[in-house]
Write a protein that binds this ligand. Structure first.
Ligand code: ADP
Length: 638
C-alpha cells in the first residue's frame, strides 16, 4: 500500500501545537510516557495470551529497549508487546478519545499565560504526544501480535500524519524521536547522552516490572562476537509493594501512581497494606489529589490492578473496592489466586470479597487519620471526592459509621468551614432532639428558603446539603447517635415545644387555630388538586407561606431522582403552610370572613400557593397563568 496522508482531528492538532511550542518545563517526562505505554503494551500482551493461548505471539522475552543514534540524533523506544493494528493506530494515535480534552483545550485558550498552560498539561497529561516536546519528527512502526502486516506512522506534528502498511515489522511498537537540534547552552536536555537516559529511567520508571534495556551506541554496526558490550538493564524491576517500606521513597511511590493512574500529578495519599496469614496479599493504594472529569460518567474506568505473585492478571479489577471508592487507584498482589480467573468468577470469589472488606476499611481508616492529622489535605480530599464517598452511606451499611466519621457538611454554623455530624451534635441546643438539614441547589438558595426562617430566628443550626445524593443518604441513614435527621422542609416543625418559654403558648395556638379554621378549610378545597392540607405554620417568620412535604412522603427532589433512575413513583401531594403573623395572611382571613363573594380570594389563594412553590426553587403549576394573575394584581396596586 502506498503512503497515505491523514489529517489530525482538530483537538489532536491543537494539542500537538501545544507540545511543539511546549512551555512544560520538565521535558524529561516524555520518556516516562513512552516507557509507560510500552510497559502497558507488554502487560496487555501477557493478559491476552493468558486468555487465549492460541494467540500467535512471541512472549519469550518481553522487554523494552532504548536505542540512541548520536549521528542521526534519534532516540528509539521499542517494545515487543501487543502492538497496534492499522485501525488502532488511526484511532489511538490520530485522535484524542478523551472527552475531557476538548474542555482542556478550551481552558487552555482561556488561560493565555504560560504558567496556566503548564498547569493544564500537568493536569491532563498527553502521553504519546509529549514526544513532540523534544522531537521535531516522530515515527512509529508497530505490528499487532497475531497479525502479519505492520503499520508505519509518521508526523512532524503539523496538522498531518502519514500512514503506510509495511510488510515486515517486528511484533510490538517502536517509537523513534528525531530530536530537535542540540542546544549548546543546555547540555541538560541532550537526550542522546546515555547518562541522561539512565538517570531519567531510574528516576521515573525504576519500578516497571519489565526490563528496560539500553543498547550500546554502536550496536547497529558492532559484531556481537568481538566482545562488544551487550545491552544494559536500566531498571531494578522490583515491585514497589514487595520492597521493605522504609526502602521506598515517596517519589518512587508517586511515579508508580502516575503510571497506573495515567495522571501527571502526585497522589494525595499512599496507602500500604500487608496481609499475612492463610491468605497473603499486599496492596498499594493511592488517593488521587484531583477528581477525574469522568468520575460520574458511565465511561469511568474503575478498578485496581490485580497481580498474582508479581504477575498482572487483571488491569481493572472492580471487585476489589466498592463503587463509592472508585477513585482509588492501585495494585493488589495476592499469593494464592488462580492465574486464570474470569471477571464473573472474581465477583463471587471468597478471597476477593475478603480483600474488598479489608481494603475498604483500610481506606476509610486512612481518611480518618488524615482528618485528624492534616486538615488541609483532608479538606482537599473531601472537596474532590466527598460526593462520591457519600454514596457509601446509602450502599454500605456495614461501614456507615466509618463514612459518617469522615464526612463533613456545610452548615449554617459557619460560612466556609464544614462540620461533621459529631460536631453538630456537640453544638445542639438544650432541648433540641433532632439534627436538621435542608437540601437544595446551592447554599444561597437553601439559606434563602422560607423553610429556614424560624431556624435562623432561633439560631438553630441547619445542615445545608447541595449534592443530589444528600437527600438519599439522609433518608437512608435516618439517625445519628439517636438523633433523627430531619429535613426542615418536611412534616411539622414545632420549635416552640423544643424551646420552652418562648413564642406562643398552647392557649394562644388553640385560639388561633379556631380563628383560621374556616379559611384553612376553604383554601384546602380550592387547592385540592395539588395540596393535601392547608395549615398554620410555626416555621415562618418573614414569608407568608411555604410548601412542605408530609413526614412520610418523598420530597419532590427524591421523586425526580427515582424517576430519573427509571422507577415509577406517584407524585405526593404536599402541604401548604401559612404564616399567621404575616399581614397578607391576616388580611386574607379577615376578607374571607367579611366577604360573601370569594372569587377574588380564590385567585389570591392560587397566587399564594405559586409564591410558596417559587420560594423553594420550584415552579408554579401553570407559569403563564401565574404570571397573568400576578401582573393583573400589580397593575391594580399602582
Ligand atoms: P494514554 O497512554 O494515556 O492512553 P497515549 O496518547 O500515550 O495515551 O496513548 C494512546 C493509546 O495508544 C494508548 O492508550 C494505547 O492504546 C496506544 N499505544 C500507545 N503506545 C503504545 C505502544 N507502545 N504499544 C501499544 N499501544 C500503544
Amino acid at each position: 500500500m502506498a503512503t497515505e496522508t491523514h489529517e489530525f482531528q482538530v483537538e489532536a492538532r491543537q494539542l500537538l501545537q501545544l507540545m511543539i511550542h511546549s512551555v512544560y518545563s520538565n521535558k524529561d517526562v516524555f520518556l516516562r510516557e513512552l516507557v509507560s505505554n510500552a510497559s502497558d503494551a507488554l502487560d496487555k500482551l501477557r493478559l491476552e495470551k493468558l486468555r487465549d493461548d492460541s494467540l500467535d505471539a512471541d512472549v519469550s522475552d518481553p522487554h523494552i529497549e532504548i536505542g540512541i543514534d548520536d549521528d542521526a540524533r534519534t532516540l528509539t523506544v521499542r517494545d515487543n508487546g501487543i502492538g497496534m493494528s492499522y485501525d488502532e493506530v488511526v484511532q489511538l494515535i490520530g485522535t484524542i478519545a478523551h472527552s475531557g480534552t476538548a474542555k482542556f483545550l478550551r481552558e487552555l485558550r482561556e488561560s493565555k499565560d504560560e504558567a496556566g498552560a503548564e498547569g493544564l498539561i500537568g493536569q491532563f497529561g498527553v502521553g504519546f504526544y509529549s514526544g513532540f516536546m523534544v522531537a521535531d519528527e516522530v515515527s512509529l512502526v508497530t505490528r499487532r501480535a497475531g497479525e502479519s502486516h505492520g503499520t508505519r506512522w509518521s508526523s512532524r506534528g503539523e496538522g498531518t500524519y502519514t500512514l503506510e502498511t509495511v510488510d515486515r515489522a517486528p511484533q510490538g511498537t517502536s517509537v523513534t524521536l528525531h530530536l530537535k537540534p542540540a542546544d549548546p547552552e543546555n547540555q541538560l536536555h541532550d537526550y542522546t547522552a546515555p547518562w541522561k537516559i539512565r538517570e531519567i529511567v531510574k528516576r521515573y520508571s525504576d519500578f516497571i516490572t519489565w526490563p528496560i534495556r539500553m543498547l550500546p551506541e554502536d550496536s547497529a554496526t558492532a559484531d556481537p562476537s568481538d566482545g562488544a558490550p551487550g545491552p544494559e538493564t536500566l531498571n531494578s524491576m522490583k515491585a514497589l509493594w514487595a520492597r521493605p517500606r522504609d526502602e521506598v521513597s515517596d517519589d518512587e511511590y508517586h511515579e508508580l501512581y502516575k503510571h497506573i493512574g495515567h495522571d501527571w500529578r502526585d497522589p494525595l495519599e499512599t496507602v500500604r497494606l500487608q496481609a499475612e496469614g492463610t491468605f497473603e496479599y499486599q496492596a498499594l493504594l493511592f488517593l488521587p489529589a484531583h477528581a477525574p472529569y469522568d468520575l460520574f460518567t458511565r465511561d469511568y474506568q474503575r478498578g485496581l490492578q490485580l497481580y498474582v505473585r508479581r504477575v498482572l492478571i487483571m488491569d481493572d479489577c472492580e471487585a476489589l473496592l466498592p463503587p463509592y471508592l472508585r477513585f482509588v487507584k492501585g495494585v493488589v498482589d495476592a499469593a494464592d489466586l488462580s492465574l486464570n480467573v474470569s471477571r464473573e468468577i472474581l465477583q463471587q470469589d471468597r478471597h476477593i470479597e475478603m480483600m474488598r472488606r479489608r481494603l475498604t476499611k483500610k481506606v476509610l481508616s486512612t481518611l480518618k487519620d488524615m482528618k485528624a492529622k492534616d486538615q488541609d489535605r483532608y479538606a482537599t480530599f473531601w472537596r474532590e471526592f466527598g460526593t462520591v464517598l457519600k454514596e457509601g452511606l446509602v450502599t454500605d451499611s456495614e461501614n456507615r459509621d466509618a463514612i459518617l466519621a469522615v464526612a463533613s457538611f456545610t452548615s449554617t454554623h459557619h460560612d466556609t468551614e464544614p462540620t461533621t455530624l459529631q460536631q453538630y451534635v456537640e453544638r445542639m441546643k438544650e432541648g433540641q432532639d433532632d439534627i436538621y438539614y435542608l437540601t437544595g441547589e446551592s447554599r444561597q438558595s437553601i439559606e434563602n428558603s422560607p423553610h429556614m426562617e424560624a431556624f435562623r430566628d432561633r439560631g438553630i443550626e441547619v445542615l445545608l446539603l447541595t449534592d443530589p445524593v444528600d437527600e438519599v443518604w439522609a433518608d437512608a441513614v435516618g439517625e445519628y447517635e439517636g438523633k433523627k435527621l430531619w429535613s426542615v422542609a418536611k412534616g411539622r416543625i414545632d420549635l416552640d415545644a423544643e424551646e420552652e418559654g418562648t413564642g406562643t403558648t398552647e392557649g394562644e395556638r388553640e385560639q388561633r387555630a379556631e380563628e383560621y379554621a374556616g379559611l384553612l378549610g376553604w383554601m384546602g378545597e380550592q387547592l385540592d388538586e395539588d395540596i393535601k392540607e392547608v395549615r398554620l405554620s410555626s416555621r415562618l417568620t418573614v414569608s407568608p407561606a411555604c410548601v412542605v412535604s408530609d413526614a412520610q412522603d418523598l420530597t419532590p427532589a427524591l421523586e425526580n431522582m427515582y424517576r430519573a433512575m427509571g422507577q415509577e413513583v406517584p407524585t405526593a401531594k404536599r402541604i401548604l403552610e401559612l404564616n399567621p403573623d404575616h399581614r397578607l395572611v391576616k388580611g386574607l382571613n379577615q376578607a374571607y370572613k367579611e366577604r360573601a363573594d370569594h372569587t377574588e380570594l380564590a385567585e389570591t389563594t392560587e397566587l399564594l400557593h405559586g409564591l410558596a412553590v417559587l420560594a423553594e426553587g420550584g415552579r408554579p403549576k401553570e407559569p403563564a397563568r401565574f404570571v397573568r394573575l400576578m401582573a393583573d394584581r400589580l397593575e391594580r396596586a399602582l
